[in-house]
Design a protein around this ligand. Structure first.
Ligand code: HEM
Length: 165
């Protein structure tokens, strides 16, 4: 996949000010990433598998709130949208602003690595084709890096805007 330089939705650019976390449009017509993965059911299965892995990872689990449920459901809506599906996440919660939404959670380089490892496992487990898994991981790597905020002077208090909470 190619990314449009300067596109407001370029996940390859961690400095992207729009921070939508959304992939750019495919350069040529063809099945969306969502279709290639297997649609909504497949996304939900990947997110469930990812969260199971987080649950089993004491170190990463500690970064997440006690109740994993709401975050898991948001992640499903987001992922579907991010892969080219219906924008149900933004309809409910507004602009993703992912980095900002992660400010209340201290995210280290190590946590980003573990996040990527579990997402890799979840994608592989889903039976997605190797080239699709590689493509998705290439897109997710910079995004995970963009979430790292340990040691940075970012506001840690819970987000006040209900649209962002
Ligand atoms: C780098 C490591 C990452 C860590 C440790 C991390 C951790 C977290 C935590 C603790 C939450 C809050 C969950 C809750 O409120 O229940 C969260 C929410 C979320 N994360 Fe991450 N995350 C990481 C990377 C990513 C990446 C790369 C993406 C996108 C592909 C992502 C997408 C989301 C979404 C969509 C939400 C829900 C946001 C909301 O609407 O409140 N995260 N993440």
């Amino acid at each position: 996949m190619t990314f449009q330089p300067g596109s407001p939705i370029n996940p390859a650019d961690p400095a992207d000010p729009s921070d939508s976390g959304a992939p750019s449009e495919p350069a040529a017509a063809g099945p969306s990433l969502l279709d290639r993965l297997g649609g909504r059911d497949a996304v939900e299965a990947v997110v469930d598998a990812f969260y199971s892995r987080v649950e089993g990872d004491e170190e990463l689990r500690a970064v997440f709130p006690d109740d994993l449920g709401p975050g898991r459901e948001k992640q499903k809506l987001f992922m579907e949208q991010w892969l080219g599906g219906e924008p149900r996440y933004s309809e409910r919660y507004g602009h993703p602003q992912l980095r900002l939404r992660h400010f209340p959670f201290v995210i280290s380089e190590r946590a980003a690595g573990r996040w990527m490892r579990h997402m890799t496992g979840a994608l592989r487990e889903s039976g997605a084709a190797d080239d699709l898994v590689a493509e998705l991981l290439t897109m997710l790597g910079p995004l995970a890096q963009h979430m790292v905020n340990e040691g940075q002077p970012v506001p840690r208090e819970p987000l006040a805007d209900p649209y962002l909470s």
